[in-house]
Design a protein around this ligand. Structure first.
Ligand SMILES: Nc1ncnc2c1ncn2[C@@H]1O[C@H](COP(=O)(O)OP(=O)(O)OP(=O)(O)O)[C@@H](O)[C@H]1O
Ligand SMILES: [Mg+2]
Length: 252
Protein backbone atom coordinates (compact mmCIF):
# COMPACT_ATOMS: atom_id res chain seq x y z
CA UNK A 1 0.00 0.00 0.00
CA UNK A 2 1.24 3.48 -0.74
CA UNK A 3 1.57 6.02 2.05
CA UNK A 4 -0.05 9.42 1.38
CA UNK A 5 2.32 12.34 0.97
CA UNK A 6 0.36 14.56 3.33
CA UNK A 7 -2.22 13.65 5.96
CA UNK A 8 -4.39 15.85 8.15
CA UNK A 9 -5.88 13.48 10.70
CA UNK A 10 -8.83 14.56 12.86
CA UNK A 11 -7.51 18.10 13.15
CA UNK A 12 -9.16 20.34 15.73
CA UNK A 13 -8.08 24.00 15.59
CA UNK A 14 -9.37 27.51 16.06
CA UNK A 15 -8.43 31.09 16.78
CA UNK A 16 -10.26 32.02 19.98
CA UNK A 17 -9.78 29.88 23.12
CA UNK A 18 -12.54 27.27 23.51
CA UNK A 19 -13.96 27.96 20.03
CA UNK A 20 -13.05 25.27 17.54
CA UNK A 21 -13.36 26.06 13.85
CA UNK A 22 -12.02 22.71 12.65
CA UNK A 23 -13.86 19.94 14.46
CA UNK A 24 -11.89 16.82 13.56
CA UNK A 25 -11.10 17.41 9.93
CA UNK A 26 -9.26 14.75 7.91
CA UNK A 27 -7.84 14.97 4.41
CA UNK A 28 -5.15 13.08 2.49
CA UNK A 29 -3.01 14.02 -0.48
CA UNK A 30 -1.22 11.36 -2.51
CA UNK A 31 1.70 11.68 -4.91
CA UNK A 32 0.95 13.69 -8.05
CA UNK A 33 -2.64 14.34 -6.99
CA UNK A 34 -4.56 17.57 -7.36
CA UNK A 35 -7.04 17.54 -4.50
CA UNK A 36 -9.73 20.21 -4.15
CA UNK A 37 -11.38 21.51 -1.00
CA UNK A 38 -14.74 23.17 -1.46
CA UNK A 39 -17.52 24.21 0.89
CA UNK A 40 -19.57 27.20 1.99
CA UNK A 41 -18.06 30.48 3.21
CA UNK A 42 -16.86 30.12 6.77
CA UNK A 43 -16.66 26.31 6.56
CA UNK A 44 -13.02 26.41 7.70
CA UNK A 45 -11.25 25.88 4.36
CA UNK A 46 -8.61 28.58 4.87
CA UNK A 47 -8.35 27.55 8.52
CA UNK A 48 -7.49 24.01 7.43
CA UNK A 49 -4.63 25.20 5.22
CA UNK A 50 -3.39 27.48 8.01
CA UNK A 51 -3.48 24.57 10.47
CA UNK A 52 -1.57 22.32 8.05
CA UNK A 53 1.02 25.06 7.50
CA UNK A 54 1.50 25.66 11.22
CA UNK A 55 0.06 29.16 11.22
CA UNK A 56 -2.50 28.41 13.91
CA UNK A 57 -2.18 25.94 16.80
CA UNK A 58 -3.57 22.45 16.30
CA UNK A 59 -5.51 21.56 19.47
CA UNK A 60 -5.76 17.87 18.71
CA UNK A 61 -5.20 15.56 15.79
CA UNK A 62 -2.08 15.42 13.65
CA UNK A 63 -0.55 16.63 10.43
CA UNK A 64 1.87 14.16 8.83
CA UNK A 65 4.18 14.29 5.86
CA UNK A 66 5.86 11.35 4.16
CA UNK A 67 9.54 11.98 4.63
CA UNK A 68 10.88 10.61 1.36
CA UNK A 69 9.89 10.01 -2.25
CA UNK A 70 9.64 6.29 -1.44
CA UNK A 71 5.91 5.66 -1.44
CA UNK A 72 6.16 2.84 1.10
CA UNK A 73 8.03 4.91 3.70
CA UNK A 74 6.51 6.15 6.92
CA UNK A 75 5.13 9.61 7.55
CA UNK A 76 6.61 12.01 10.09
CA UNK A 77 4.67 14.26 12.42
CA UNK A 78 4.80 17.86 11.16
CA UNK A 79 2.00 19.20 13.38
CA UNK A 80 2.61 22.84 14.34
CA UNK A 81 6.07 23.05 12.79
CA UNK A 82 7.08 26.60 11.87
CA UNK A 83 6.52 27.75 8.31
CA UNK A 84 10.23 27.87 7.41
CA UNK A 85 10.69 24.28 8.67
CA UNK A 86 7.78 23.16 6.52
CA UNK A 87 9.15 24.97 3.50
CA UNK A 88 12.46 23.15 4.03
CA UNK A 89 10.57 19.84 4.08
CA UNK A 90 8.97 20.62 0.74
CA UNK A 91 5.63 22.18 1.67
CA UNK A 92 4.70 25.46 -0.03
CA UNK A 93 1.73 27.70 0.80
CA UNK A 94 0.05 30.42 -1.25
CA UNK A 95 -2.37 32.31 1.03
CA UNK A 96 -5.76 33.63 -0.05
CA UNK A 97 -4.78 37.31 0.07
CA UNK A 98 -1.66 39.45 0.10
CA UNK A 99 0.36 36.74 -1.53
CA UNK A 100 2.79 38.92 -3.52
CA UNK A 101 5.08 41.81 -2.60
CA UNK A 102 3.47 44.41 -4.89
CA UNK A 103 6.26 47.00 -4.72
CA UNK A 104 8.91 44.43 -5.67
CA UNK A 105 9.58 43.23 -9.20
CA UNK A 106 8.56 39.79 -10.40
CA UNK A 107 12.18 38.62 -10.16
CA UNK A 108 12.57 40.04 -6.64
CA UNK A 109 9.40 38.21 -5.61
CA UNK A 110 10.98 35.02 -6.91
CA UNK A 111 14.17 35.75 -4.97
CA UNK A 112 12.12 36.15 -1.79
CA UNK A 113 10.58 32.75 -2.54
CA UNK A 114 14.01 31.11 -2.49
CA UNK A 115 15.50 33.11 0.39
CA UNK A 116 16.40 29.91 2.23
CA UNK A 117 18.54 28.78 -0.72
CA UNK A 118 19.90 31.93 -2.40
CA UNK A 119 22.42 30.01 -4.52
CA UNK A 120 19.54 28.18 -6.23
CA UNK A 121 17.71 31.35 -7.35
CA UNK A 122 18.84 31.48 -10.98
CA UNK A 123 18.35 27.77 -11.67
CA UNK A 124 14.91 27.72 -10.02
CA UNK A 125 13.83 30.96 -11.72
CA UNK A 126 14.63 29.35 -15.06
CA UNK A 127 12.52 26.31 -14.17
CA UNK A 128 9.62 28.51 -13.04
CA UNK A 129 9.88 30.53 -16.27
CA UNK A 130 9.77 27.33 -18.31
CA UNK A 131 6.46 26.68 -16.62
CA UNK A 132 5.24 30.30 -16.80
CA UNK A 133 7.11 32.12 -19.60
CA UNK A 134 5.21 35.32 -18.80
CA UNK A 135 7.11 35.63 -15.52
CA UNK A 136 10.37 35.75 -17.45
CA UNK A 137 8.99 38.38 -19.83
CA UNK A 138 7.79 40.49 -16.90
CA UNK A 139 10.81 39.86 -14.66
CA UNK A 140 11.61 43.53 -14.02
CA UNK A 141 8.00 44.77 -13.76
CA UNK A 142 6.61 45.44 -10.28
CA UNK A 143 4.15 42.77 -9.17
CA UNK A 144 1.60 45.46 -8.23
CA UNK A 145 1.38 46.60 -11.87
CA UNK A 146 0.43 43.14 -13.16
CA UNK A 147 -3.06 41.89 -13.91
CA UNK A 148 -4.82 39.79 -11.26
CA UNK A 149 -4.14 36.59 -13.16
CA UNK A 150 -0.48 37.44 -13.60
CA UNK A 151 -0.16 38.30 -9.91
CA UNK A 152 -1.58 34.90 -9.02
CA UNK A 153 1.05 33.41 -11.32
CA UNK A 154 3.74 35.33 -9.37
CA UNK A 155 2.35 34.00 -6.08
CA UNK A 156 2.45 30.42 -7.34
CA UNK A 157 5.84 30.94 -8.97
CA UNK A 158 7.22 32.29 -5.69
CA UNK A 159 6.07 29.17 -3.85
CA UNK A 160 7.60 26.99 -6.58
CA UNK A 161 11.00 28.65 -6.08
CA UNK A 162 11.57 26.30 -3.13
CA UNK A 163 10.93 23.29 -5.34
CA UNK A 164 8.10 21.97 -3.13
CA UNK A 165 6.62 18.47 -3.20
CA UNK A 166 3.32 19.77 -1.86
CA UNK A 167 1.66 23.07 -2.69
CA UNK A 168 -1.20 24.42 -0.57
CA UNK A 169 -3.26 26.93 -2.57
CA UNK A 170 -5.99 29.05 -0.99
CA UNK A 171 -8.55 30.22 -3.57
CA UNK A 172 -6.16 30.85 -6.43
CA UNK A 173 -8.98 31.94 -8.77
CA UNK A 174 -10.75 34.34 -6.35
CA UNK A 175 -11.51 37.78 -7.72
CA UNK A 176 -10.44 36.95 -11.27
CA UNK A 177 -12.46 37.21 -14.47
CA UNK A 178 -13.65 33.88 -15.93
CA UNK A 179 -10.85 33.90 -18.53
CA UNK A 180 -8.18 34.42 -15.87
CA UNK A 181 -9.84 31.83 -13.65
CA UNK A 182 -9.45 29.31 -16.46
CA UNK A 183 -5.80 30.30 -16.76
CA UNK A 184 -5.26 29.67 -13.05
CA UNK A 185 -6.78 26.18 -13.29
CA UNK A 186 -4.66 25.40 -16.34
CA UNK A 187 -1.61 26.63 -14.41
CA UNK A 188 -2.48 24.39 -11.46
CA UNK A 189 -2.65 21.42 -13.76
CA UNK A 190 0.65 22.45 -15.33
CA UNK A 191 2.35 22.66 -11.92
CA UNK A 192 0.80 19.33 -11.03
CA UNK A 193 2.10 17.72 -14.23
CA UNK A 194 5.71 18.41 -13.22
CA UNK A 195 5.21 16.33 -10.09
CA UNK A 196 4.00 18.82 -7.48
CA UNK A 197 1.03 17.51 -5.49
CA UNK A 198 -1.57 20.22 -4.89
CA UNK A 199 -4.14 20.75 -2.14
CA UNK A 200 -6.35 23.54 -3.44
CA UNK A 201 -9.15 25.42 -1.68
CA UNK A 202 -11.57 26.89 -4.19
CA UNK A 203 -14.69 29.03 -4.19
CA UNK A 204 -15.35 28.08 -7.79
CA UNK A 205 -16.54 24.65 -6.72
CA UNK A 206 -17.59 23.46 -10.12
CA UNK A 207 -14.38 24.28 -11.94
CA UNK A 208 -12.42 22.90 -9.01
CA UNK A 209 -14.25 19.56 -9.19
CA UNK A 210 -13.72 19.48 -12.95
CA UNK A 211 -9.93 19.73 -12.66
CA UNK A 212 -9.37 17.90 -9.37
CA UNK A 213 -8.49 14.21 -9.14
CA UNK A 214 -10.30 14.06 -5.81
CA UNK A 215 -12.00 16.55 -3.56
CA UNK A 216 -13.41 17.10 -0.09
CA UNK A 217 -16.48 19.09 0.82
CA UNK A 218 -15.88 20.88 4.10
CA UNK A 219 -18.84 21.87 6.21
CA UNK A 220 -18.68 23.33 9.71
CA UNK A 221 -15.08 22.30 10.12
CA UNK A 222 -15.39 18.67 9.10
CA UNK A 223 -14.85 16.79 5.85
CA UNK A 224 -18.50 16.09 5.11
CA UNK A 225 -18.05 14.36 1.74
CA UNK A 226 -15.19 13.18 -0.40
CA UNK A 227 -14.76 11.47 -3.72
CA UNK A 228 -13.34 11.95 -7.18
CA UNK A 229 -14.08 15.32 -8.76
CA UNK A 230 -16.51 13.63 -11.14
CA UNK A 231 -18.30 11.72 -8.36
CA UNK A 232 -18.89 14.88 -6.34
CA UNK A 233 -19.95 16.87 -9.41
CA UNK A 234 -22.74 14.38 -9.97
CA UNK A 235 -23.63 13.64 -6.33
CA UNK A 236 -27.19 14.92 -5.77
CA UNK A 237 -26.44 15.85 -2.12
CA UNK A 238 -23.39 17.87 -3.09
CA UNK A 239 -25.25 19.57 -5.93
CA UNK A 240 -28.19 20.46 -3.72
CA UNK A 241 -26.17 21.65 -0.75
CA UNK A 242 -23.01 23.12 -2.22
CA UNK A 243 -23.16 23.60 -5.96
CA UNK A 244 -26.64 25.18 -6.08
CA UNK A 245 -29.56 24.21 -8.27
CA UNK A 246 -28.16 26.18 -11.20
CA UNK A 247 -25.23 23.78 -11.34
CA UNK A 248 -27.48 20.83 -12.05
CA UNK A 249 -28.52 22.13 -15.45
CA UNK A 250 -24.97 23.18 -16.28
CA UNK A 251 -23.35 19.80 -15.70
CA UNK A 252 -26.06 17.52 -17.10
N1 LIG B 1 -8.18 35.36 12.51
C1 LIG B 1 -9.37 34.90 12.93
N2 LIG B 1 -9.79 35.11 14.19
C2 LIG B 1 -10.98 34.61 14.63
N3 LIG B 1 -11.82 33.89 13.85
C3 LIG B 1 -11.46 33.67 12.58
C4 LIG B 1 -10.22 34.15 12.05
N4 LIG B 1 -10.12 33.76 10.76
C5 LIG B 1 -11.24 33.07 10.49
N5 LIG B 1 -12.05 33.00 11.59
C6 LIG B 1 -13.35 32.32 11.67
O1 LIG B 1 -13.19 30.96 11.31
C7 LIG B 1 -14.30 30.50 10.55
C8 LIG B 1 -13.80 29.83 9.32
O2 LIG B 1 -13.08 30.78 8.53
P1 LIG B 1 -12.27 30.38 7.25
O3 LIG B 1 -11.56 31.60 6.80
O4 LIG B 1 -11.47 29.16 7.49
O5 LIG B 1 -13.46 30.00 6.24
P2 LIG B 1 -13.40 29.64 4.70
O6 LIG B 1 -14.07 28.31 4.55
O7 LIG B 1 -12.02 29.77 4.18
O8 LIG B 1 -14.38 30.74 4.09
P3 LIG B 1 -14.28 31.60 2.72
O9 LIG B 1 -14.92 30.72 1.68
O10 LIG B 1 -15.13 32.78 3.02
O11 LIG B 1 -12.84 31.93 2.45
C9 LIG B 1 -15.17 31.72 10.30
O12 LIG B 1 -16.27 31.66 11.17
C10 LIG B 1 -14.29 32.89 10.63
O13 LIG B 1 -15.03 33.95 11.13
MG1 LIG C 1 -11.10 31.10 2.88
Amino acid sequence: MTTPLLIADQVVAGYVPEVNILNGCSVELHDAELVGIIGPNGAGKSTLLKAIFGLIPVRSGRVELRATADQSSETVDITSLKAHQLVKQGVGFVPQTENVFSTLSVKENMEMGAFLEPDKVEERFETVCDLFPKLGERASQTAGSLSGGERQMVAMGRALMMDPRVLLLDEPSAGLSPAFQDEVFVNCRRINSVGVSILMVEQNAQRCLQVADRAYVLDQGVDAYSGTGQELLHDPKVIQLYLGTLAKGMID
